[in-house]
Design a protein around this ligand. Structure first.
Ligand SMILES: [Zn+2]
Ligand SMILES: [Zn+2]
Length: 277
């Protein structure tokens, strides 16, 4: 069954995210538990958590993902930032467990001088400090790269997975992959990308996809999302990706633009049109 949904706002209460998802026609989704640009603890009330769980179950909308704060940097060599990142991640994990959300998604961050190996060591040791609830899994997200940010290649993602003893899986973002140099604009490119993923990481560890087209060319490391089919990945690449065996049972979450007329509902519908299932 096709699982397609959007990143939804929690304005007015976390439970509102489910109502919003219903409006978009989605059947899975993602939330921030607070503004992702600031250090702030998720504030999940018991009543809204219960209503979130109940409404999501009643309408069969799931799985959900919590996207962690953009300030989190697991690769950092700076002790203060590392501590804040761990505390923030722990709070997201606990909130996820309260909400019945199975995944917390995180970007590895930037090594800012620690070097690639040093940065991956830092990320792995930070993740090891987390007390991950039994019903939640941390997903490391593929990054667009640029600067000293890590996680833009399958090798770097595998570098963290291999270093960690905690259960860790992967979220791929199509716009980020494209920006990082994986050419998803043709069926052959999609095939090649999944072959590389299978070899380096293994598709059993792919638990979520952020399905976004890209406003910038392949390999530019520029992270700007476009509507499905309307960016440089295009309809052909998007269709090949959506219909690839590797994502047959993987939830697809849209993070497409919201300010330029086309809505999440439009993108959900577009994905359903492109999908064979
Ligand atoms: Zn992300
Ligand atoms: Zn992005």
């Amino acid at each position: 069954m096709l699982r397609i949904g959007a990143h939804t706002s929690i304005a007015g209460g976390i439970d509102n995210a489910v109502d919003e998802q219903i409006e978009y026609g989605g059947n899975c989704g993602q939330i921030f538990t607070h503004s992702p640009q600031v250090w702030q603890d998720p504030d999940v009330g018991d009543e809204e958590a219960e209503r979130f769980r109940e409404t999501a179950a009643e309408h069969d909308i799931g799985p959900w993902v919590i996207h962690s704060s953009y300030l989190v940097n697991l690769c950092t060599p700076k002790e203060g930032l590392r501590e804040k990142s761990i505390v923030s991640m722990q709070a997201e994990l606990d909130a996820a467990s309260t909400l019945g959300v199975p995944y917390v998604n995180v970007h590895l961050g930037a090594h800012t001088g620690a070097g690639v190996e040093g940065g991956l060591d830092n990320a792995a040791s930070a993740l090891e400090e987390l007390e991950v609830p039994d019903d939640v899994t941390v997903l490391v997200e593929s990054d667009a790269g640029g600067g000293t940010k890590l996680g833009s290649s399958f090798e770097e993602l595998a570098g963290v997975l291999d270093r960690c003893s905690i259960e860790l899986d992967v979220c791929l973002d199509t716009a980020h992959l494209f920006a990082a140099g994986y050419d998803l604009s043709t069926p052959a490119g999609v095939e090649e990308t999944f072959a590389a993923f299978d070899e380096t990481i293994g598709r059993e560890r792919l638990e979520c996809v952020h399905l976004n087209d890209s406003k910038h060319a392949c390999g530019t490391n520029k992270d700007e999302h476009a509507h499905v089919g309307e960016g440089l990945i295009g309809d052909e690449g998007m269709a090949a990706f959506i219909n690839h065996d590797a994502v047959a049972d993987v939830p697809l979450v849209l993070e497409t633009p919201t300010e330029d007329g086309k809505s999440y509902a439009w993108n959900v519908e577009r994905v359903r049109e492109l999908a064979d299932r």
